[in-house]
Every structure is written in structure tokens, then in C-alpha cells.
Design a protein around this ligand. Sequence first.
Ligand SMILES: [Zn+2]
Length: 98
Amino acid sequence: MTSQFFLELVGVFSPQKDKHVKYVPDYLEKNILYISNEFKTVIHSCLCGCGTEVVTPLGESEWNLEEKNKKITMKPSILNGFSCKSHYIIINSIANFV
Ligand SMILES: [Zn+2]
């Protein structure tokens, strides 16, 4: 079983304006972090494949997103406690289940 996922980024760090996400797309592609500047929120489809939409607001008391050399680190870890109980941490665009 693979427990590592490489995540692609769509949104805030893209130089192309049309890639910015304003609203949640109808269909979330797997392994892509959708970032909305406007709502300071990151949305992705749960990495276990269950299809749950995981919303992580960005802010001082919420999640912190760092970009270095086009790699994403998000803190703290993401716990999908409502459905599948998946728990993973994203460091340098790699998600590791914990
Ligand atoms: Zn899941």
C-alpha cells in the first residue's frame, strides 16, 4: 500500500492568473491542492481516495502554508476526523500518512 502522495499545486503560486481558484470546482482532482487567495483556504480531495472534500482554512490559528522551490509544506497535519479518519502531513509537496 502506498502511503506517500506527491501533491500538485493549483492556485496562488501560479504565475498564470487563470489558474487561480475563486470558487470550489465541481470536481476535485486527486492529489491537487486547490488554493483560494480570496477565501484564504486550501481545498483538496482526501488522499485516501474516499472522496471527502477536505477544507483547510489558512490563518494564524489555523493552517500555515509555505512554498519553497514550488514545493508545499502545510502545518499542522491534516486529520480527516469526520469520515475516514485519515491523518497525514504535507512536507515539500509529499503527503505522508501518520
Ligand atoms: Zn479519506
